[in-house]
Design a protein around this ligand. Structure first.
Ligand code: BTN
Length: 260
């Protein structure tokens, strides 16, 4: 990884590698709480408790994927960071394209997808003080790299893919990791430009324009995704005619991941 990063890369001396860890995000939180500096990077070869959004797990077998977290220390209120996850998603599309030659799309909010299957995801976690100022942000990135079709557990076998399956190449994870770190650092440098960040996110977001279903607890609502607003919310016109921003919840796209 170090050999693929320029000597001037500002986070180069803050990269920690783990053979096995429960979750790089969990460990990053601990390190951040103990004072680890901005730009601290954690990379694991395997996670035994990889976490995804909405309390899900992230399958993280040894040697097959990229499991990476970065500690950021933005000096601002949480309300000024609503676009952080969007910025990260667009940066991941750039990183995968530059390292592997295929450009994934983003299924709102932050699944990386290619040919309707999930390649990976992003889990952003913030620690706030009592006034809502950000103490630190953890950006966690998981990408399936060298899995073959039979390597995925049954519950995700129909929806998951890997960079290897998409490119028919053996993926050099160190090259992809370096591209991810360079893209994340560039994302950090340009984060203040909210407008162009959101424009880039919208350009990569495959959910916009699609028929979707929104699952919240026992409730399922159908509609059409119209846009992503300045807070990163998905603007949906529901089938009853109401147009509403959706901040959270599971959104399925018709024709994808089993929603028919
Ligand atoms: C998702 O698909 O909902 C997000 C998946 C995020 C997985 C990454 S792997 C590295 C980091 N550590 C974790 O426990 N999760 C993130």
């Amino acid at each position: 990884i170090l050999a693929n990063l320029p000597d001037t890369f500002p986070w180069k001396s803050r990269i920690h590698h783990f053979d096995v860890i429960d979750s790089t995000n969990t460990r990053a939180k601990k390190m951040a709480a103990e004072g680890a500096p901005h730009g601290t990077v954690l990379i694991a070869d395997q996670q035994t408790g990889g976490r995804g959004r909405l309390g899900r797990s992230f399958h993280s077998p040894a040697g097959r994927g990229i499991y990476l977290s970065v500690i950021l220390r933005p000096q601002c209120h949480a309300s000024e960071l609503m676009h952080l996850t969007c910025a990260t998603g667009a940066a991941m599309c750039d990183a995968v394209e530059s390292a592997c030659g295929i450009r994934p799309g983003i299924k709102w909010t932050n699944d990386l997808v290619f040919q309707k299957r999930k390649l990976g995801g992003i889990l952003t976690e913030l620690s706030l003080d009592a006034s809502g100022n950000v103490a630190y942000a953890i950006i966690g990135i998981g990408i399936n790299c060298n899995q073959s079709a039979g390597d995925f557990p049954l519950d995700i076998a129909d929806i998951a893919s890997s960079l290897h399956l998409c490119t028919s190449q053996t993926i050099d994870r160190a090259t992809v990791i370096a591209a991810i770190l360079i893209a994340l650092q560039h994302m950090w440098d340009t984060l203040e430009d909210v407008e162009s960040t959101l424009l880039r996110y919208r350009q990569n977001c495959i959910t916009i324009g699609q028929e979707i279903s929104l699952v919240r607890g026992d409730e399922i609502r159908h509609g059409q995704a119209l846009d992503v607003d300045e807070s990163g919310a998905l603007v949906v016109r529901f089938d009853d005619g109401q147009v509403q921003p959706v901040q959270s919840g599971e959104v399925s796209i018709r024709g994808m991941y089993g929603y028919v």
